[in-house]
Design a protein around this ligand. Structure first.
Ligand code: FE2
Length: 208
């Protein structure tokens, strides 16, 4: 499939979802392409599981976002200035990722998780009621990113079968997660070389 064909197919998928919610297949596509990808409501069912899984990612990302704001506000000690700023960089990036994930849910015909109660119900990450030390804050953020990496990768496996646009988005988020893990790991090693990160992300990416 050529790049243009792929774009047409993706546009058709989007329009098919809009048709499901009543907008109709009106533009962008040839009649043939439109007819090929227009769907009955029952044809949208494969996206139901994907939108639920994306909502799980929205929930986990929202818990991490709030944790980063907590750490941004409450970090103290000799690393204050660096970590206060870095936590803001991270939560700002996650605000964008949450928005992209939620709007992807809408694009696929679902409803993004939008209450704090439902966020906590769907999330696998845990809130942090404590105020840990600065190094522990970084360690906990890295741990959450590792768990998010696993969950995003699981959803990506399914998206690659059913929704290339979703797969592209998840791959982009994974790139950022891996880079952040590398940087946080480097900071932790510099700060406390005797206690490296616990699990898989010991590999240093080739490029920053
Ligand atoms: Fe601030």
């Amino acid at each position: 499939m050529s790049y243009r064909d792929a774009r047409v197919r993706r546009s058709a998928e989007v329009l098919a979802r809009r048709e499901f919610v009543g907008t109709g297949c009106l533009s962008l596509l040839s009649q043939a392409a439109c007819a090929s990808y227009s769907t009955k409501p029952s044809d949208t069912m494969p996206y139901t599981q994907l939108t639920e899984e994306l909502n799980g990612l929205v929930a986990d990302a929202t818990v991490l976002y709030q944790k980063l704001r907590h750490y941004h506000w409450n970090v103290s000690g000799p690393h204050f200035f660096a970590l206060h700023q870095q936590f803001e960089v991270l939560y700002t990036a996650w605000a964008d990722a949450i928005d992209d994930l939620a709007e992807r849910v809408r694009t696929l015909g679902g409803v993004p998780v939008h209450t704090l109660a439902s966020v906590l119900h769907l999330a696998t990450l845990e809130e942090d009621e404590s105020v840990p030390g600065a190094t522990e804050m970084v360690r906990r953020v890295a741990g959450d990113l590792e768990r998010l990496h696993v969950r995003i990768s699981d959803v990506l496996d399914e998206a690659e079968e059913t929704s290339q646009g979703t797969a592209d988005l998840l791959n982009n988020i994974l790139d950022h997660v891996e880079k952040d893990l590398w940087m946080l790991g480097a900071w932790l090693h510099a700060d406390d070389a005797s206690q490296p990160l616990a699990n898989a992300f010991q590999e240093v990416p080739a490029e920053a």
